[in-house]
Design a protein around this ligand. Structure first.
Ligand SMILES: NC(=O)c1ccc[n+]([C@@H]2O[C@H](COP(=O)([O-])OP(=O)(O)OC[C@H]3O[C@@H](n4cnc5c(N)ncnc54)[C@H](OP(=O)(O)O)[C@@H]3O)[C@@H](O)[C@H]2O)c1
Length: 280
């Protein structure tokens, strides 16, 4: 394998298109080695032909936990060491919460939340054994705020934020750095691939009946978004969270200020639930 002295080795899920594929292409272009996983491996045949020595490709549906563990083990065995793991696979569902089907709920949780949790659990023992590494999780600005008609997506991103908040502390002593990547709107195939349930009669014309930001108004920020991810991943001290896009920064800071104000306003009332001091 033609490894440059400072090259890194990456493991990526959801590498078929969008930001996952962009990441694979940018990593390969900088001379790195990549274990790329995707549901239909043939979708990377063009890159495999070009980067034969540095690209390792395997089929992986992240909802199949047994397959996920096997592929992770094979990738670490193939490369000996993996420096950066990127949990990217994910999808969206636009629907009023009441209109969601049970199958949509199960699939979304299995892909975005359980798939990400199980990937982290599968790679941590390897990262620990090799003395450290980086684990990057695609979250979203939607891991801090919520739009109507997108409740299930927010469930998974808020959920994975909580998982990583705790995991980060647990694995830091092993030299494992975790980063939650929180992009704003990035024009990818995400919005076309998302499930859409037409709103039922009671919701027509209401908050659940419109998209937060029309795809036509999104900018082509995929390349710059992933360039920022790569810079953070290979930096000396990767941040615990990486906010990407001015839309994300503005909407997240505004939502967090509002939440903080809501919590602060509860101070006196919160104290009414305190235990009565024993000496009284
Ligand atoms: N685009 C945005 O505005 C945005 C903003 C914030 C965060 N994100 C997050 O960024 C990540 C990538 O999204 P994207 O915008 O690049 O979307 P995308 O273009 O739709 O790509 C999604 C990728 O996930 C894969 N995937 C879906 N379900 C999978 C499964 N069960 N197993 C394995 N792979 C699966 C897809 O593979 P197939 O080709 O097989 O379907 C595809 O490769 C997601 O986690 C998303 O939530 C996106």
């Amino acid at each position: 394998m033609d490894i440059t002295p400072n090259s890194n080795t990456w493991f990526v899920t959801g590498a078929s298109r969008g930001m996952g594929r962009e990441l694979v292409e940018q990593a390969l272009a900088r001379g790195d080695r990549v274990a790329a996983t995707l549901r239909r491996p043939g979708q990377l045949d063009d890159l495999a032909a070009r980067y034969r020595d540095r690209l390792w490709v395997r089929a992986l549906d992240v909802t199949d936990t047994a397959q996920l563990r096997t592929v992770v083990d094979e990738a670490f065995a193939a490369f000996g060491r993996i420096d950066v793991v990127v949990s990217n696979a994910g999808h969206g569902v636009f629907a009023a919460a009441e209109d969601l089907t049970d199958a949509q709920i199960d699939r979304m949780i299995a892909t975005n939340l359980t798939g990400s949790i199980q990937l982290a659990r599968a790679v941590v023992p390897h990262l620990r054994a090799q003395g450290g590494g980086r684990l990057l999780q695609l979250s979203s600005m939607g891991g801090h705020l919520a739009f109507p008609a997108f409740s299930l997506y927010h469930t998974t991103k808020w959920g994975i934020e909580g998982f990583f908040e705790a995991l980060a502390e647990e694995v830091a002593p092993f030299g494992i750095d975790t980063t939650l990547i929180e992009p704003g709107m990035v024009r990818t195939g995400f919005f076309d691939a998302a499930d859409r349930v037409p709103v039922s009669a009671p919701y027509r014309g209401g908050p659940a009946d419109r998209e937060p930001i029309p795809v036509s108004e999104m900018t082509d920020s995929q390349e710059n978004t992933i360039a920022a991810v790569v810079r953070a991943a290979v930096s000396a001290h990767p941040p615990r969270r990486l906010v990407l896009g001015s839309d994300a920064w503005h909407l997240m800071t505004s939502a967090l200020r509002q939440r903080l104000a809501d919590v602060e306003s509860q101070r006196a009332n919160a104290a009414t639930a305190d235990a009565v001091p024993a000496h009284r």
